[in-house]
Design a protein around this ligand. Structure first.
Ligand code: HEC
Length: 119
């Protein structure tokens, strides 16, 4: 009897853990101050990109240096995120009209904050 109860408690604790994770992920959606990495995950950007590794798309840390010092870099990157981009490589960046301008800006700011020197 004792044994089964402990078992049930463990299972309940595990279930609560899952719930807590789900709540943590769901809560920031739509809020103003969302962690940009949550957005990048939510919009599936990490299918083609990684922060520090080239996949179908460039590593985000390699995007930032191209824009450093450019006026309105965040605006250009945000526009490329929402409108897509095709600069001749084997893959192109698909448009993401479902991303709001503010969300695109937040993601662009995060991408700009990644410096290769941090490797
Ligand atoms: C289907 C694959 C794919 C997905 C999904 C994708 N990208 Fe890209 N992305 C690319 C490719 C490929 C490029 C390079 C395009 C080129 O140079 O022509 C790129 C380029 C970029 C660039 C560089 C833009 C520039 O101006 O140099 C940024 C920033 C970027 N993606 C952000 C994102 C974000 C944010 C998302 C999610 C909303 C996303 N990508 C989703 C494939 C993808």
């Amino acid at each position: 009897m004792q044994r089964t109860r402990r078992h049930a408690n463990a299972r309940r604790a595990a279930a609560l853990g899952v719930l807590a994770c789900a709540a943590a992920l769901a809560a920031p959606a739509g809020a103003a101050a969302v962690d940009p990495r949550v957005l990048l995950t939510q919009y599936k950007c990490y299918i083609c990109h990684a922060d520090r590794q080239a996949k179908a798309g460039p590593a985000y840390e390699d995007v930032a240096p191209n824009f450093r010092g450019k006026p309105d870099a965040g605006g250009i990157i945000a526009r490329n995120i929402r409108h897509g981009m095709r600069s001749g490589g084997p893959w192109h960046m698909p448009p993401h009209p479902e991303v709001s301008p503010a969300e695109a800006r937040a993601m662009a700011r995060y991408i700009m904050s990644l410096a290769p020197a941090q490797r």
